[in-house]
Design a protein around this ligand. Sequence first.
Ligand code: HEC
Ligand code: HEC
Ligand code: HEC
Ligand code: HEC
Ligand code: HEC
Ligand code: HEC
Ligand code: HEC
Ligand code: HEC
Ligand code: HEC
Ligand code: HEC
Length: 294
Amino acid sequence: MRWLGWVFVMLAATHPCMQCHDDLWRPPVRHEVLEECDTCHEDQGDHTFPSLTDEDVLDICTTCHDVELRHPPEFGVCTDCHDPHATQEASLLLAAVPELCADCHDLETRSTTLSHPPYEEGDCTSCHAPHGSEYPAFLADAEPVICTDCHGEIEDALAAPVVHPPVKEQCTRCHRPHTADFPKLLKYFLSLRFYETYVPVRYWLCFRCHPVQKVFGPDSGFVQGEKNLHRVHVQRSRGRTCRVCHRPHASTQPGLLRDRIPFGPYWTIPLHVETTEQGKACAPACHQREVYGR
Ligand code: HEC
Ligand code: HEC
Ligand code: HEC
Ligand code: HEC
Ligand code: HEC
Ligand code: HEC
Ligand code: HEC
Ligand code: HEC
Ligand code: HEC
Ligand code: HEC
C-alpha cells in the first residue's frame, strides 16, 4: 500500500491548504475525510475559522460516526482521544492503549504473579468499551460473559448441576480484574493449602458471605446430631481447608462438594456423596463411609 502514501503526498502538494498546514498530513494514519477540510472547518472569509466548542466537535463527528459517548459530561469529547486529522497510532488515537488510558487513569502496578495477564499486557479494550457502555465500569459485555469469553473452562463448569450463586452473577464478587493482593486474583484472602492451623482470617473470602457462627453452628448441613463436622475437620492445628472439600465455582455433587480431594500435586482421592434415608454419606475417601446431615 506504499503507493497510497505517494498519492497522498501528490494530493497534499496540490491541496489549497497544504502549503501552510502540511504538518497535519505527515503521520502515517490519516483520517479518510482529511482532504475535505470544509466538512469540519467553515471559512467565514479571509481565512477566519470560528473556534470549535466541544459540542461542535461532538456534532461534527457523530454526523458520520454512530458513536454514543457514555462517559460523564465533564469527560468530554472525541478529540480527547482521537486526532481529527492524522496520527502515528491506529484508529487515529492520540496515543496507543494503554498509554492513552494512563493519561487520565492511574494504572495499578503489581508483580506479574498477582496481575491479570490481559491487564498486565495493557489490553484494556478486551474488557472495557472505550466509548462507554450500558454496563458498570463501561464493560464491553455483562459479567460473567466478559470473563467466560476467555475462561471457557469456567463456562463449562457452570453447566454442572450445582453452581455457587455468586458465580452466576459477578465473578468480581471474589476476584479482582486488574491486580490483587492475594493469589488467584482473590479479593480477600483464602488459604489454598491442604492443611492449615485454624485462624478465621485464613478463610476470609468465604466468611465474608457465610458467617463463621453459621458454618460452625448447629444449623449447618454438615452435622452428626449435636456434632458440627466443620468444627471437627477445620478448627484444629492441622485442620482441612475449605477447598479440600468444596469447589468455589460449581460441582456435580451437592453442597459444592468435590468429586476428587486434591491430596497432593499428583494424587487425588475420589469422594462420592450418597443421599440415603438416614441423611447423606461420604463414601470412602479419607476414611470409612460416614453418615452426616441428621
Ligand atoms: C498562506 C498560508 C495558509 C494557507 C494557504 C492556509 N492557512 Fe490556515 N492558517 C494559517 C496560519 C498562519 C494560521 C494560524 C496559526 C495556526 O493556528 O496554525 C492558520 C490557522 C488555521 C486554522 C485554525 C484557526 C483557529 O482559530 O484555530 C484553521 C482551521 C485553518 N487555518 C484552516 C485552513 C484551511 C481549511 C485552509 C485551506 C482552505 C487553510 N487553512 C489554508 C496559514 C494558512
Ligand atoms: C473531521 C473533521 C476535520 C477535518 C476534515 C479537518 N479538521 Fe482541522 N480540526 C478539526 C478539529 C475538531 C480541530 C480542533 C482540534 C482540537 O481542538 O483539539 C481542528 C483543528 C485544526 C487546526 C488548528 C491547529 C490544530 O492542529 O489543532 C488547523 C490548522 C486545522 N484544523 C486545519 C485543517 C485543515 C487544513 C484541514 C484539511 C486539510 C482540516 N483541518 C481538516 C477537525 C477537522
Ligand atoms: C464526513 C464524514 C466524517 C466526519 C465528519 C468524521 N469522520 Fe471519522 N471517518 C470517516 C470515514 C469515511 C472514515 C473511514 C471509514 C471508517 O473507518 O469508518 C473515518 C474514520 C475514522 C476513524 C478511524 C477508524 C479506524 O478504524 O481506523 C476515527 C477514529 C474517526 N474517523 C474519528 C472521527 C472523529 C473524532 C471525528 C470528529 C472530529 C470524525 N471522525 C469525523 C468519516 C467522517
Ligand atoms: C476515552 C477515549 C475515547 C474517546 C473519548 C473517543 N474514542 Fe473513539 N476510540 C477509542 C479507542 C481506544 C478506540 C479503538 C478501539 C479498539 O481498538 O478496540 C476507538 C475507536 C474509534 C473508532 C473506530 C471504530 C470503532 O468504533 O472501533 C471510531 C470511528 C471512533 N473511535 C470514533 C469516535 C468518536 C466519533 C468519538 C466522539 C463521539 C470518540 N471516538 C471518542 C477511544 C476513544
Ligand atoms: C481524557 C481523559 C480520559 C481518557 C484518555 C480515558 N478516560 Fe476513562 N474516564 C475519564 C473520566 C473523567 C471518567 C469519569 C470519572 C471517573 O469515574 O473516574 C472515566 C471513566 C472511566 C471508567 C468508568 C469508571 C467507573 O467508576 O465506572 C472506565 C472503566 C474507564 N474510564 C476506562 C478507560 C479506558 C480503558 C481508557 C483507555 C481506552 C480510558 N478510560 C481513557 C477520563 C478518561
Ligand atoms: C479482565 C478484564 C479487564 C481488563 C483487561 C481491564 N479491566 Fe478495568 N475493570 C474491569 C472490571 C470488571 C472493573 C470493575 C471494577 C470491579 O468490579 O472491581 C474495572 C474497573 C476499571 C476502572 C474503574 C474503577 C477503578 O479501578 O478505578 C478503570 C478506570 C479501569 N478499569 C481501567 C482499566 C485500564 C486502563 C485497563 C488497561 C490497562 C483495564 N481497566 C483493563 C475489568 C478489566
Ligand atoms: C465465591 C467466590 C468466587 C467467585 C464468585 C468466582 N470465583 Fe473464581 N475462584 C475462586 C477461588 C476460591 C479460586 C481458587 C481455587 C483454588 O485454587 O482452589 C478461584 C479460581 C479461579 C481461576 C483460576 C483457575 C482455577 O480453577 O484455579 C479462574 C480462571 C477463575 N477463578 C475464574 C472465575 C470466573 C471467570 C468467575 C465468574 C464466572 C469466577 N471465577 C467466580 C472463587 C470464586
Ligand atoms: C482477554 C482474555 C481474558 C479475559 C477477558 C479475562 N481473563 Fe482472566 N485470565 C486470562 C489469562 C490469559 C490468564 C492466565 C492464564 C490462565 O490462568 O488461564 C487469566 C487468569 C485468570 C485467573 C487466575 C489467576 C491466577 O493467579 O492463577 C483468574 C482468577 C481470572 N483470570 C479471572 C478473570 C475474571 C474474573 C475475568 C472477568 C472480569 C477475566 N478473568 C477475564 C485472560 C482473560
Ligand atoms: C459473595 C458471597 C459469597 C462468597 C464470597 C462465598 N459464598 Fe458460598 N454461597 C453464597 C450464596 C448466596 C449461597 C446460596 C445461599 C446459601 O447457601 O447461603 C452460597 C452457597 C454455598 C454453599 C452451599 C451450596 C449448595 O448448593 O448447597 C457452599 C458449600 C458454599 N457456598 C461454600 C462457600 C465457600 C467454601 C466459600 C469460600 C471459597 C464461599 N462459599 C464463598 C455466597 C457466597
Ligand atoms: C471435610 C470436608 C469439609 C470441609 C473441610 C469444609 N466443608 Fe463445608 N461442607 C461440607 C459438607 C459435607 C457439607 C454439607 C453439604 C451438603 O450435604 O449439602 C458442607 C456444607 C457447607 C456449606 C453450606 C451450608 C451448611 O453449613 O450446610 C457452607 C456455606 C460451607 N460448607 C462452607 C465451608 C467453609 C467456609 C469451609 C472452610 C472454612 C468449609 N465449608 C470446609 C464439607 C466440608
